[in-house]
Design a binder for this molecule. Structure first.
Ligand SMILES: *Cc1c(COP(=O)(O)O)cnc(C)c1O
Length: 419
């Protein structure tokens, strides 16, 4: 069956044909590709057409697809068993490897996704502080847990409302929404809710609604307000963790978050998330403390091995090479956009992440994103797809460069673009 036939069949069995909405190519006027194989920087669909991939499973694959060392290690682990529901050494090794390298965390707990990590962080923050409200920013994504599917209300200033149907009506009352890059607005919210806010959740590098790089000064300001108002600071580093540096934005900025959430790279392409913090905070979790959290498949051995094999490769030299790859990719792409029908585009990039957008000026808040980007995007996306280049299939999703996007791939990117 070709992609189209597969998608038609899938739509009968699965809502919208997909198990996660962004895979549906909604608004892109083309059929989602059914991928059956991948290697390095390339994916191949069921029609045997191959694509240079910049979606990279939305971030986890910093080594590229099907890295041979990771493959070897997981096959080896697999030969011994794949789930014990009991203590094992795989997660111990991964915990030790990570915590040895993070100055702001003493303990970690592994879960199965970024969403689960955030969900646990919310409960942890509330349980530790005995406060119910949390603050989140417009333009930051924290997975699909109820408390985070909240947006600013359209009526009265300061009100919030669910951004998804099915979120209980009372839940939005406890999630306060603030604009990014606006410290006075944040302070106002804190002042209006004295002693009620458990934590401020932020993607220190907002990368799920375009790439909205914040200034160091702003992030320092958020930290200061947390300290001043006795509120926990939660860095959601599900994308930025192990991506922009081993210790993510916390390491790059030197800002100490109270709680950090991880996902994506931490599982090397397998379903893993994690919450990390000081021992004092973490030991509020069961079985030591009274905040309940659990998981039948948490710290799955195969996923732990994939994570560890991936993280072991992330040396300073690795990051240098990765960022060189990224710089070259961005340069090639920019030049092509500039000399084709996309002159109004620019590429925002940070380390190995990039985002193409029809706007030249810097953008730090979703309110500055031009309203026509989705409309402009589908033309670009389809054009590139025809050339065998696979961008993340949504105008607001960013591109991911891996270590496999090496010189040879960069040359191929050029060839495919100008072909
Ligand atoms: C991807 C992401 C999540 C959600 O992780 P899932 O594994 O998709 O549940 C949460 N927060 C951030 C910052 C993310 O990028």
């Amino acid at each position: 069956m070709n992609n189209k036939e597969l998608f038609e069949k899938s739509k009968k069995l699965v809502p919208g044909g997909v198990h996660s909405p962004v895979r549906s190519f909604k608004g892109l006027h083309t059929t989602p590709r059914f991928i059956h194989q991948a290697q390095g920087a390339y994916i191949t669909d069921e029609e045997n057409k191959n694509y240079l991939d910049f979606c990279m499973s939305f971030g986890p694959l910093i080594l590229g697809h099907k890295d041979s060392q990771v493959e070897k290690s997981i096959i080896n682990a697999l030969s011994k068993g794949w789930s014990y529901g009991a203590c094992e050494k795989y997660s111990l090794e991964l915990a030790e490897f990570i915590l040895d390298r993070l100055s702001f965390a003493e303990q970690i707990r592994f879960v199965n996704s970024g969403t689960e990590a955030v969900m646990t962080a919310i409960r942890l923050a509330r349980g530790v502080t005995n406060k119910d409200k949390i603050i989140k920013f417009n333009g930051c994504y924290h997975g699909h847990t109820d408390a985070m599917l909240i947006k600013a209300g359209s009526g009265l200033a300061g009100t919030s409302t669910a951004s998804s149907s099915g979120v209980g009506k009372t839940i939005s009352e406890d999630t306060l929404i603030c604009e990014l890059n606006d410290l006075p607005a944040l302070e106002k919210i804190l002042n209006e809710h004295p002693n009620q806010v458990a934590a401020i959740f932020i993607e220190p590098l907002p990368a799920n609604n375009g790439l909205l790089e914040q200034t160091n000064e702003y992030l320092q300001g958020v930290k200061k307000l947390c300290t001043k108002h006795n509120v926990l600071l939660v860095f959601d580093e599900v994308i930025s963790g192990f991506r922009v540096s081993f210790g993510g934005m916390a390491e790059l900025t030197g800002i100490q978050p109270d709680i950090v959430t991880y996902g994506k790279i931490i599982g090397g392409g397998f379903p893993v998330g994690a919450v990390a913090a000081s021992k004092e905070i973490m030991e509020h979790l069961a079985p030591v403390g009274d905040i309940y959290q659990a998981g039948t498949l948490s710290a799955n051995p195969i996923a732990m091995v994939a994570g560890l094999e991936t993280l072991k490769r992330l040396t300073p030299d690795f990051y240098q090479e990765l960022e060189e790859n990224s710089q070259h990719i961005v340069n090639i792409f920019s030049e092509w956009l500039e000399t084709n029908d996309y002159k109004d585009y620019s590429i925002k990039s940070f380390k190995s992440l990039f985002w193409q957008i029809p706007e030249k000026k810097d953008i730090q808040s979703p309110t500055e994103i031009p309203s026509n980007i989705a409309e402009r995007f589908y033309d670009l996306f389809k054009h590139l797809l025809n050339k065998g280049i696979y961008l993340s299939p949504n105008a607001y999703e960013i591109g991911f460069v891996s270590i496999a996007h090496n010189k040879t791939v960069q040359e191929d990117f050029k060839k495919r673009l100008w072909n």
